[in-house]
Design a protein around this ligand. Structure first.
Ligand code: NDP
Length: 444
């Protein structure tokens, strides 16, 4: 049996009931086959793949908190410190009822390669909790965040592990967590990114993942002779990534016609009104059913369905495994030219393969959504320097990082004879740097 197959088998056996983690490992290792085969003897002797699929450390802890009625609740907190070969662990904190160890491990594993692709010195980690901030008062969210950080603060720091936002963790949650860290540790340092602008946050961080997604998509299209201006775009999700992806797509002259949330989706034939969307989601924290109050011409539909809309470009920006094989078939039938993942692993393996087989340009999340973590790393740099850069400075750096990421993965794919396969290219480009650093640092 090949080394890759052996390790995949071990991962499935040693980590039962973690399907998302298995999926992420399979997707990465399958596409690393050409590199592994070229170095098989050395990698086997060094147990490089066994080391890369095992987190350096995984923490699981109790998070008790009191609601507004005096009732005590207990959630589970996680932090998986996956790989620090090229820098301190870096990756977001997800607050969502679906969170479990397997999901945090899949995200942490992906994060290793994504962070490497940015070209910045950051290792891979991820964390979160099964706490649901939806429907909770600000005081309840603060009680949870303080309790969560009371435990987590023992294991993180500006030079060891720097968490950030993710699903359910926005500026409000980061603020409460930062306050508690500072209070307990007595340190004013860049231990979290995604902070508010008055206390060490970076301009463009809020917009970074969505904007970065569009910078990379535009470059990918341009390199394939396609202009993004005038194209029709469908987006899923209506959170941080989706909102700023829609904004940047419209600034580039494309028309975004859909957004969604976990209960339904909106089709706006005149183009999504981003200002209205921001007010509904960022200010009112309301459901998308409200959108019709702003735009009477728009349609609201219950359930899922954005991928049934005819488009040139599809940007899944909600959550994992939200674009299935049937959806990919609908996209191809509708003439879709490109899919770029704003979310982490939103496209199932079969759907990805179908899209690629049908010549749809496909940018995987670990490259396409790396703008968020890249800008987080720029926030860390500013914190270390005790300086704040302007919006234009950060935005220019983000653009050049995303363009470089595209060319790195394009080159890696070509080097190994997989021209145009950006999944293989992203995994190889991300892996090479981490593998070299791990081998150089010895058996640790
Ligand atoms: P948000 O919490 O701001 O928004 C998530 C959006 O996805 C919401 O519209 C939410 O709907 C929807 N959603 C969440 N879970 C589900 C589900 N199970 N089924 C259907 N819809 C769902 O998160 P972000 O925008 O920050 O993150 C979106 C994705 O992007 C995630 O995969 C995240 O890991 C990834 N990502 C985010 C980065 C960032 O900087 N924020 C960086 C890189 C990747 P509802 O409100 O109804 O729950």
């Amino acid at each position: 049996m090949s080394y890759v197959d052996e390790v995949i088998e071990q991962v499935v056996k040693q980590n039962p009931a973690e399907p998302e983690f298995h999926q992420a490992v399979k997707e990465v290792l399958e596409s690393l086959r050409p590199v592994v085969e070229a170095n098989e003897e050395r990698y086997r002797r060094e147990a490089l793949l066994e080391r890369i699929v095992n987190p350096e450390r995984q923490l699981k802890f109790r998070v008790p908190w009191v609601d507004d009625k005096g009732q005590v609740h207990v959630n589970t907190g996680y932090r998986v410190q996956f790989n620090s070969a090229i820098g301190p662990y870096k990756g977001g904190l997800r607050l969502h009822p679906s969170v479990n160890l397997g999901i945090i491990k899949f995200l942490g594993f992906e994060q290793i390669f994504k962070n490497s692709l940015t070209g910045l010195p950051i290792g891979g980690g991820k964390g979160g909790s099964d706490f649901d901030p939806k429907g909770k008062s600000d005081r309840e969210v603060m009680a949870f965040c303080q309790s969560f950080m009371t435990e987590l603060c023992k294991y993180i720091g500006a030079d060891t592990d720097v968490p950030a936002g993710d699903i359910g963790t926005g500026a409000r949650e980061i603020g409460y967590m930062f306050g508690q860290y500072k209070r307990i540790r007595g340190l004013y340092e860049g231990v979290l990114t995604g902070k508010g602008l008055t206390y060490g946050g970076s301009l463009v961080r809020t917009e970074a993942t969505g904007y970065g997604l569009l910078y990379l998509t535009k470059e990918m299209l341009a390199c394939n002779g396609i202009d993004i201006a005038g194209k029709t775009v469908v987006i899923s999700g209506s959170g941080n990534v989706a909102i700023y992806a829609a904004q940047k797509a419209e600034q580039m002259g494309a028309k975004v016609v859909t957004v969604s949330d976990s209960t339904g989706w909106v089709y706006d034939p005149d183009g999504i009104d981003v200002a209205a969307l921001k007010e509904i989601k960022e200010v009112k924290r309301a459901r998308l059913t409200e959108y019709k109050n702003y735009r009477p011409n728009a349609e609201y539909h219950d359930g899922r369905g954005v991928w049934s809309v005819k488009c040139d470009i599809a940007l899944p920006c909600a959550t994992q495994n939200e674009l299935h094989l049937e959806d990919a078939k609908q996209l191809v039938a509708g003439g879709c030219l490109a899919v770029a993942e704003g979310a982490n692993m939103p496209t199932t393996l079969e759907a990805t393969e179908y899209l690629q087989a049908n010549k749809v340009l496909f940018a995987p999340g670990k490259a396409a959504n790396a703008g968020g973590v890249a800008t987080s790393a720029l926030e860390m740099t500013q914190n270390s320097e005790r300086l704040s850069w302007t919006f234009e400075e950060v935005d220019a750096k983000l653009q050049s990082i995303m363009v470089n990421i595209f060319h790195n993965l394009d080159d890696a794919a070509k080097r190994y004879g997989f021209e145009g396969n950006y999944v293989v290219g992203a995994n190889i480009a991300g892996f090479e740097k981490v593998a070299e650093a791990m081998l150089a640092q010895g058996v640790i």
